[in-house]
Design a protein around this ligand. Sequence first.
Ligand SMILES: NC(=O)c1ccc[n+]([C@@H]2O[C@H](COP(=O)([O-])OP(=O)(O)OC[C@H]3O[C@@H](n4cnc5c(N)ncnc54)[C@H](OP(=O)(O)O)[C@@H]3O)[C@@H](O)[C@H]2O)c1
Length: 334
Amino acid sequence: MLNGKTILITGGTGSFGHHFVDYVLAHYQPKKIIIYSRDEFKQFNMQNAYRQYSQPGGVLRFFIGDVRDKERLTRAMQGVDYVIHAAALKQVPACEYNPNEAIKTNINGAMNVIDACLDCGVQKVVALSTDKSVNPINLYGGTKLVSDKLFCAANSYSGGKGPIFSVVRYGNVAGSRGSVIPFFQDIIDQGGRELPITDFRMTRFWISLEQGVELVIKALEVSQGGETFISKIPSFKITDLAKAMSPDCNLKEVGIREGEKLHEIMITSEDSARTYEYDDSYIIYPHYDWWLDRMIVPGGKPVEAGFEYTSGNNKVFLTVEELQQKLKTDLDKH
Ligand SMILES: NC(=O)c1ccc[n+]([C@@H]2O[C@H](COP(=O)([O-])OP(=O)(O)OC[C@H]3O[C@@H](n4cnc5c(N)ncnc54)[C@H](OP(=O)(O)O)[C@@H]3O)[C@@H](O)[C@H]2O)c1
């Protein structure tokens, strides 16, 4: 699928971008992978980390650019087959405090990426979404909801001639910056004997970056336009994670934070009428006049009316021992 293709990743110097590049270089022979982001220092570090691929004429190419700049995106996308849109402002408090900036990057940036893809003849586009865009309670989630809608609706503009736009949704990646695992680890490393838990009932999904990358590649392979792809993954209780990381620590309930949910939600009951279940994933199909049932990916079955997929109602929960194992193998190393 990716052999001989030119792929551009907005936000390619981020955690996802690094892992995507590792995965693609290990499994495919792409013609070019273009990293598109703003900070020259992050690009410099990435060029050094992938020195053998970053030489002149190498597979990895680096474009400084902002997703707020449509002209620059259009220049960068010349000759590009596939675009992965990963660039985002994604820290909840930063988006609350700087709402205009979150809107400019996450919404205006999404519109620019779509326009540039339409103008440059890109074949397929996958945008990264988050559980926070489902019934959003903070601005980050709100901007990502709008971004998801923009990408799904963009298929109407391409008029069946391409590009094909789709969305991949997952929750916090295990060990990602600002998430609960590094937070607990800092306390443990400083000799803390008590781990704060906002609410003892709280649950989360467990997803590794590898699984996120694989879902994006699946979306590139099978999307017909407007789908939202969601992995089937296990859940865990935050209290079990704390016990897995530090069996002897005390746990203290400190109260839910503003903008925080008890459970991660991936699929709402309102989505159930358009959701199909597959062996390893769910796909929410779009609700457009042009969408035809023959575009449904084979091998799935419709979920029951009212079905919801949340980290709280998941059938599979990791035990403390399983969490300890996953903490050794699954954490984001970038
Ligand atoms: N990490 C998670 O747990 C998680 C979970 C669910 C969904 N997601 C989604 O996955 C995507 C990637 O996340 P990540 O963890 O890889 O994020 P990350 O590590 O914070 O990386 C973000 C990337 O976006 C770039 N960027 C930010 N603003 C930009 C702009 N205006 N123009 C161009 N590039 C810009 C950053 O580079 P510069 O600063 O140099 O521009 C960086 O390369 C995001 O869309 C996020 O919403 C992430």
